[in-house]
Design a binder for this molecule. Structure first.
Ligand code: NAP
Length: 305
């Protein structure tokens, strides 16, 4: 069977682009497939302060763009395409796209993750007050009141960003302590535009043309209240982007891909990197670390074929 590539990478976030940089420098014949714009989730991250080398911080967009330019300058081929399915049963791995099938000796899955929904009216109010992206939508809420949901790094960091525009941000969290990094917690607690609504869940939103009311239930007392707000940002965690996987490699109970220390999945020659991996920490720095290991191990794998 003919083979088109030594390595195909799925996903052009920090993990995929890093894998591409390593593979291009190793002079592998490599293709990176991305269904949208290269950059991944960091494209919607306003400001990154914990990626080494940028002491003043860097915008997610700028960091993604630098990674893309670096990868393409090294010769990485990036194609816009959505992966439909994988056939990994033979030594030559098949990546099925809408128009064609690509054959490769090795594969790195770096397809990332997407924000989880809560079922509180996301479909009806998306673009009409509900959002998952402060970088994209915060300017629409200048001098308005918004609700942010969640207690992790994303919710707290983005709630702080929202205060640059909104006059008030209610941060609704289901427990009475935050999961977010302590430095983010300190900043949020010191921000007098943020009001915490502890032990509570948002049960729904309503409004005529956009959001006007956000309904909240205290999970300890069952008391229901309504917050008057113009927007509602949902940051309650992430789901793996594995719609094309269909059991082709082993995943954990939440659908994240399981790998060994070499980033190899349950299928030899198939590697994983970044947020889509079953990992204790999802950062840009861990994604690029995964990707460097995956690319070098893929190189060794095809050398020994
Ligand atoms: P996360 O860490 O999984 O936090 C999700 C938050 O949403 C938690 O506080 C959780 O509550 C809450 N939650 C989950 N399901 C919920 C539900 N059904 N209803 C209400 N609340 C719910 O997710 P994330 O904040 O999106 O972060 C994802 C990954 O990216 C993490 O590894 C994070 O560290 C990383 N990240 C890092 C940075 C940074 O370093 N600056 C920025 C963004 C993201 P509980 O706490 O009660 O479980």
């Amino acid at each position: 069977m003919t083979v088109d590539y030594d390595l195909v990478i799925i996903g052009a976030g920090p993990a995929g682009l890093t894998a591409g940089i390593y593979a291009a420098r190793a002079r592998m014949k490599v293709l990176l497939l991305e269904k949208a714009v290269p950059g991944g989730q960091i494209l919607v991250t306003d400001w990154i302060e914990n990626y080494p080398g940028f002491p003043e911080g860097i915008s997610g967009y700028d960091l993604a763009e630098k990674m893309r330019v670096q990868a393409e300058d090294l010769g990485l081929e990036i194609q816009t395409a959505q992966v439909h399915s994988l056939n990994l049963s033979a030594d030559v791995k098949e990546i099925v796209l809408k128009e064609k099938t690509i054959r490769t000796k090795s594969l790195i899955i770096a397809s990332g993750a997407s924000p989880k929904k809560l079922g509180i009216g996301e479909d009806k109010y998306m673009g009409k007050g509900i959002s998952f992206c402060a970088t994209c939508d915060a300017p629409f809420f200048r001098d308005k009141t918004v609700v942010a949901i969640g207690g992790g790094d994303t919710a707290v960091q983005e709630a702080i960003f929202l205060t640059k525009f909104a006059k008030k941000v209610f941060l609704v969290h289901r427990r009475d302590e935050l999961r977010a990094a302590k430095i983010l917690q300190e900043r949020a607690f010191a921000n007098d535009k943020i009001e915490f609504v502890w032990d509570s869940a948002v049960t729904g939103v309503d409004g005529l043309f956009g959001i006007e009311n956000v309904h909240v239930k205290n999970l300890k007392t069952n008391k229901e209240t309504t917050l008057k707000a113009d927007g509602c940002f949902i940051w309650v965690g992430i789901l793996p982007n594995t719609e094309f996987l269909n059991g082709a490699v082993k995943t954990d109970e939440f659908g994240f891909i399981v790998a060994d220390a070499k980033m190899q999945t349950s299928v030899p020659g198939v590697y994983v990197a970044g947020d889509v991996r079953d990992t204790p920490l999802r950062q840009i720095s861990t994604a690029v670390g995964d990707a460097a290991i995956a690319a070098v191990c893929a190189e060794h794998y095809i050398e020994n074929l």
